[in-house]
Ligand binder design. Sequence first.
Ligand code: 5GP
Ligand code: MN
Length: 310
Amino acid sequence: MVRGALGDVDAFLQSASDVVIVSHINPDGDAIGSMAAMGHIVRALGKRVTFVHETGVPQRFSFLLDAPCVAYDAQMNPHAYVICVDCASLDRIGAVQRMCHGAVLNIDHHATHNYVVPLAASTTHVLMDVLRHLRVPLTQPLASCLYAGLLTDTGGFRFRSATADVFAVAHELVCAGADAHALAFRLLEQKTMQHVHVLSRALQTLSFACGDKVAWVALDREALAGAAEDDIEGIVHIPTTIAGVHVGVLFKQKDDHEVKVSLRAQANINVAHIAQQFGGGGHIAAAGCTVYDTMERAIQRVIAAVCAVL
Ligand code: 5GP
Ligand code: MN
């Protein structure tokens, strides 16, 4: 079912009285903003809500949720009504899939699912349609959660997805009480101490190849010690955003023979093709893969593959 299937949302919410709300592993601002916003919407309809997540909620985003988020464990009972937000496919929710034992409502801005607006900038953007359809009032806490997803999924209104429509929605949300300055500071500007340490280590490794058209940074296990995934967020932008660089790469050592690679393209270069050569994938401008080799060899192999297409 595609755009316009708001009847699915009605049918689901009419029969449910108690709803579990989930989102994807390694959640971003849109995932948590959408969970929190869906919580407000479902509660406004007089239903009970439980937030569940497999990997937990990054500290940066936890203030958006107004109720605790239960960490999934295998003993948890299956649930008849699960709402899944911001997930391109159900397997993105990880082990929480085992809780889905009945109706699952997927609301997303990626392809497929019950209610999807594929061109929407964020899942919270899609939720604007849902709340209007359900005639749920746009309260200040709800507006803040929706704004959080819109802000983070458009890279602070910098991506191509930041269309006039997005700014119109942002206007409506700010009018409803979303604090644009406070949310931008907490969600985009503020850094953890660990992030700054990781950044410092990454900068020490900054290297160039292919006439400075490729730049990369590498974080070995020692550099990553004590850093959460959230602390590494944004590091890949450091090599990528240098003027003249076409492809930026981040190498993260997971084990002696396992290196996670993130590739980002600035110019018209398809980094998904490069990631696919190593069994990975992604999008034209942002892709990733895991290389089962030493750090040194992984860097050598991936940089050679990038240089081959420049
Ligand atoms: P990131 O570099 O942020 O981990 O991932 C960037 C993009 O590449 C994301 O859209 C992600 O889905 C995709 N991606 C990252 N790693 C892999 C991988 O190992 N396999 C596939 N198929 N896609 C990946
Ligand atoms: Mn999203």
